[in-house]
Ligand binder design. Structure first.
Ligand code: BES
Ligand code: ZN
Length: 460
């Protein structure tokens, strides 16, 4: 029997055990944005560490000023490439809770899917590599290359601690690798796997607008003072013009234009605007003039509002001029835009557009640059073999609009290539209620991972 046949047989038998290990991790509410959840965040780290050390890897918990980093490695294999798996054990907040059909941290199987916060993003996808690698060791096979793991607990809030760790002198040596392997994205569609060769970056901010020193009766005072909620609305709506162009000064100066070859390649994907609109439950799609929906989502910068707070939010009416208003906003960035430059541009824009009678503060929360890698790298060719074996067809090459803030820095610091192998689906509900992961995609992802180690070892 060949190594891969041995592995496939082992994986087939291990499916119940693998699903159980995912459920166990999903029961831990590791919400990195919630300061009261820090114990659960740590518990998730320890659980991942334990799974890796039980599989026989040498493991290490790297302490930081926030959630710990989970590091693991197999022994070096001279003359062969080194792969580093990156993933995250933290999850987004589960709110709004009342929209979940089953509780977010009680993983539940329905229609071939596993429902829980973090199922697809990223606990399920990340675990595919833990189990895919463990299959080699459990089958008593000689692993043909060295594999390292770096799993963090702050991806969903901007990877601040990992960013600091990467600057430590010992980090470059410990994490040295030829290729970073990440499964934290999606297939192109159900039954059509994808390899993602680009991600957008992000720059995230809060805007705080302060007006009168207390809420005011809008009958007595309205019309004579600037209403912070109105001022904030105007400020936000001035950020994008009618053609979907962002109005910050110099915002487009460093935007890397889309190559014609990419536009042509994406044309071949047969994307349907109407099916997409229907999937999302919207009547029309909007976006920057002159670009298709895929181009707008994958390769153009955007502005979004994530949360708005001001005034009275309870039942019924209350007639006030609120004393303050605030918004959580972000810009998705493309290569070669830098989050720090966008922060400067935003501050300048706010200064120019602040009306009299209110004060506006910009709080810079976090950011990360976008990445685009060579879609024709030998690592991508190797991944194609592994994906074809597990998913029954080769992957299409796509970019995606989401951000994994640390990737650009890892690639830069480690001088490595990156493989973004997404096993999720667009309708998995990442960051949304009723997040799910297709259980068969979990198993296919594990199989693709196991095959990947053999294929990567042949890249010379
Ligand atoms: N898994 C996503 C990134 C992603 C989403 C890649 C969609 C490809 C397609 C990741 O966990 C994530 O959501 N990141 C955040 C980062 C942010 C909070 C700094 C994001 O993109 O919003
Ligand atoms: Zn993720």
């Amino acid at each position: 029997m060949s190594d891969l046949q041995t592995i496939d047989r082992y994986l087939q038998q291990s499916q119940p055990k693998h699903l159980e290990s995912l459920k166990q991790l999903l029961r831990i509410p590791s919400v990195s944005a919630d300061p009261t959840a820090s114990e659960a965040v740590r518990a998730a780290a320890l659980s991942v560490l334990d799974t890796l050390s039980s599989a026989g890897l040498h493991t290490e918990l790297i302490e930081t000023d926030g959630p710990p980093l989970v590091y693991a490695e197999t022994p070096p294999v001279p003359g062969k490439p080194v792969a580093l798996v990156y993933g995250h054990y933290d999850v987004q907040p589960p709110d709004p809770l009342d929209l979940w059909l089953t509780p977010p941290f009680e993983p539940t199987e329905r229609d071939g899917n596993l429902y829980a916060r973090g199922s697809t993003d990223d606990k399920g996808q990340m675990l595919t590599h833990v189990h895919g690698l463990a299959a080699w060791l459990a089958s008593g096979l000689e692993l043909p290359l060295q594999v390292k793991f770096l799993i963090e607990g702050e991806e969903e809030v901007g990877s601040e601690q990992l960013e600091k760790y990467l600057l430590r002198p010992e980090a470059a040596e410990k994490l040295a690798c030829d290729v970073v392997v990440i499964s934290d994205s999606s297939q192109y569609a159900a039954g059509q796997p994808a390899i993602t060769y680009g991600l957008r970056g992000i720059a995230y901010f809060e805007l705080h607008v302060d007006g009168p020193k207390a809420d005011l009766h809008s009958g007595s005072f309205g019309g004579a003072v600037n209403n912070p909620a109105v001022a904030l609305s105007k400020l936000l709506s001035a950020m994008v013009d009618a053609d979907g162009r962002i109005q910050l000064p110099r915002f487009y100066d460093n935007v890397r234009p889309l190559a014609d070859s990419e536009r042509n390649m994406w044309q071949q994907l047969g994307f349907s605007d109407s099916a997409f609109a229907q999937q999302l439950g919207v009547e029309a799609l909007v976006g920057e003039a002159g670009f298709t929906t895929l181009e707008r989502r994958w390769a153009r910068p955007t502005f979004d509002i994530h949360g708005l707070t001001s005034g009275y939010q309870g039942e019924g009416g209350k007639t006030i001029v609120p004393a303050k208003a605030s918004a959580k906003i972000s810009f998705r960035l493309v290569p070669d835009q830098k989050p720090a430059e966008v922060a400067e541009q935003l501050k300048e824009f706010v200064k120019q557009h602040t009306p009299p009678g209110v004060r506006v503060r910009v709080v810079d929360l976090h950011g990360g640059s976008g990445v685009v890698v060579d879609p024709h790298s030998p690592f991508i060719a190797a991944a194609q073999q592994a994906i074809s074996a597990a998913f029954g067809k080769p992957a299409v090459l796509i970019r995606e609009g989401g951000s994994i803030p640390i990737v650009a820095q890892m690639v830069d610091r480690l001088k490595s290539d990156v493989l973004l192998l997404g096993w999720g689906l667009d309708d998995d509900g990442a960051h949304s209620p009723n997040e799910k992961f297709c259980i068969d995609d979990f198993y296919r992802g594990i199989r693709a991972s196991a095959h990947l180690w053999g294929a990567l070892a042949t890249v010379g």
